[in-house]
Design a protein around this ligand. Structure first.
Ligand code: ATP
Ligand code: SF4
Ligand code: MG
Length: 349
């Protein structure tokens, strides 16, 4: 058993890491004090890995993704930690140190690392045709030739299952259904053949049938383009279906981390157990699903204690309410942050 002393391996598929996040902290100054959206997060994603990040609303999933893209909205700021990205050129760059709008991050963002968002309308311009938006992204990173960019755009729309792509290129986002817009976003993200795709709850706004189609499309694209994927969701069912490794996030911290098998068959953190108890399982008859009592607190001026202590049925008085547990490797590549499993305290103020 050992305390985590760096970005966790995440290389269950035996591949090299593509990105290593170590002790990342992101704060937003707010009227009442400092909102600690991300508070010392570490994990790493291997090449070609499907990595799931799960947690309830407000846990810090999106801010984690924004940090990787260097898109944390102001006045939010990365205040600590590193994000080492291993570029295709063979060099390693700490994204946390880059100027948010400088040439280095612009060469990586939308190119080596691409992102699809929960609501595609927020990232598609309503006043430009789908074709122009797609071609602009391609011309920025792949080819300056308009003719070549048009050809790639057509191919990508075909690939994501949009029929009659030449005509659809002329149309505007409002002519597309939610599912079709999400397909366009995926086409845009894939057009530069990213090595890491971040999908931030890309199916939550869609109905169940379309959700399944988009999930299939992401899984197929991952295999075809040999990408790593960071899949963000609050749905454990999706994680079980498509991911290899999972990090469970609560209140800006990773509380459990391991393979899908570990998390589903041997969940150790009380929060993970509650999440699982509140997830319907096919073939399992339950009279009712348990819900997790209470809500995620706002991370401003919180006491120095385990983040889950206000909702935890297993709280240990005199430990959980006065110290933050360390993230500890309990079994090989299975990490947990909880005093039930280890009495080590994290040395943070
Ligand atoms: N622009 C912002 N200004 C201030 N606080 C923010 C901002 N964006 C996020 N936060 C805060 O940071 C914390 C983490 O938010 P985040 O959006 O990452 O959660 P999430 O896990 O993605 O939730 P959801 O499942 O609802 O998308 C929350 O407390 C949120 O209120
Ligand atoms: S450290 Fe204590 S309060 Fe936190 S999850 Fe574990 S038992 Fe519950
Ligand atoms: Mg979010």
């Amino acid at each position: 058993m050992r305390a985590n002393d760096g970005a966790m391996s995440g290389s269950a598929n035996g591949a090299d890491p593509i990105i290593e996040i170590d002790d990342l902290s992101v704060h937003f100054p707010v009227e009442e004090g400092t909102l600690k959206a991300i508070d010392g997060v570490s994990f790493s994603i291997a090449e070609r890995q499907m990595f799931g990040l799960i947690g309830e609303s407000g846990c810090g999933k999106t801010v984690t993704a924004q940090s990787l893209m260097r898109l944390v909205p102001k006045p939010g700021q990365i205040v600590g930690g590193s994000i080492n990205f291993h570029s295709e050129t063979g060099s390693t760059v700490d994204l946390a140190q880059l100027d948010m709008s400088g040439p280095e991050i612009r060469a990586i963002r939308g190119n080596e690392i691409a992102m699809i968002f929960q609501e595609p309308m927020s990232s598609l311009s309503p006043i430009h045709s789908i074709g122009n938006q797609l071609m602009e992204a391609i011309r920025l990173h792949v080819t300056s030739s308009k003719r070549e960019a048009y050809k790639i755009a057509l191919e990508m729309l075909n690939l994501v299952g949009i029929s009659n792509p030449a005509q659809r290129m002329e149309e505007y986002p409002h002519h597309f259904s939610g599912g079709m817009r999400q397909r366009v976003m995926i086409a845009m993200a894939l057009s530069c053949q990213p090595r890491l795709l971040i999908a931030d709850e890309p199916t939550t706004a869609l109905d169940v049938t379309v959700q399944a189609q988009i999930l299939d499309l992401i899984a197929q694209s991952q295999a075809q383009f040999k990408m790593a994927v960071l899949y963000i969701t609050h749905d454990l069912g999706i994680i079980a279906e498509i991911c290899d490794q999972v990090a469970v996030m609560y209140l800006g911290r990773i509380v459990e981390y391991g393979s899908v098998r570990d998390i589903f068959h041997n969940p150790l953190h009380p929060y993970t157990r509650r999440l699982l108890a509140s997830t319907p399982r096919i073939g399992q008859r339950t009279s009712r699903l348990e819900s997790i009592e209470g809500t995620v607190p706002i991370p401003v001026n919180l006491p120095h204690a385990c983040g889950f202590c206000s909702r935890c049925p297993d709280l240990i008085d005199g430990s959980c309410d006065i110290a933050v547990p360390a993230l500890v490797e309990i079994e090989q590549d299975h990490y947990v942050r909880c005093f039930l499993h280890d009495s080590r305290r994290e040395a943070i103020a």
